[in-house]
Design a protein around this ligand. Structure first.
Ligand code: NI
Length: 172
């Protein structure tokens, strides 16, 4: 397995719309395993393939307390959404150290293929519901900061560009 490089906002590649996976083969399983490793190495609860510059409908997440229950969702589709909405604070590995509130459906039912290529349904609520909607947005080329005001978004963009520049200077 190997660690993958995570694209940082406002990298334009984060706005690419992902294509469905045709077949869950060894290549896809390797991608999934590398994504899980990368997510854990960066203390994330979710990662979309878009964020590692692979534009296919693959997400991994782990919202368990012990961080020992990785979930793999290939070609995820939301099949039901609650009318009830909920606001939660979100962060993103592509927008490090930025957290803000986003409103989403409180519960969603998602149909996807697992790492074994077998279809399953996930009824998500709480953090898992937030995470799956956040990651599925990535597959559509949408980053959570796009829910924020233009003013906030511009501040974040400036901050991220500066951070990337400073790191390049420091040779990081
Ligand atoms: Ni994210």
């Amino acid at each position: 397995m190997s660690l993958l490089t995570i694209l940082r906002y406002p990298d334009p590649r984060l706005h690419t719309v992902a294509k469905p996976v045709r077949e869950v083969d060894d290549r896809v399983r390797r991608l999934v395993d590398d994504m899980v490793e990368t997510m854990y190495a960066n203390d994330g609860v979710g990662l979309a393939a878009t964020q590692v510059d692979v534009h296919e409908r693959v997400i991994v997440m782990d919202t368990s307390e012990q961080h020992d229950q990785a979930q793999v969702l290939i070609n995820p589709e939301i099949v039901a959404r609650s009318l009830e909405m909920a606001v939660a604070e979100e962060g993103c590995l592509s927008v490090p150290q930025i957290y803000d509130k986003v409103e989403r459906h409180a519960r969603v039912t998602v149909r996807a293929l697992g790492r074994d290529g077998v279809a399953f349904e996930l009824e998500a609520e709480g953090l898992t519901a937030v995470c799956v909607q956040h990651e599925m947005d990535h597959l559509l080329g949408k980053v959570f900061v796009e829910y924020l005001s233009p003013l906030k978004r511009n501040r974040i963009r400036t901050k991220m560009l500066k951070k990337t520049r400073d790191e390049a200077k420091a040779g990081a």
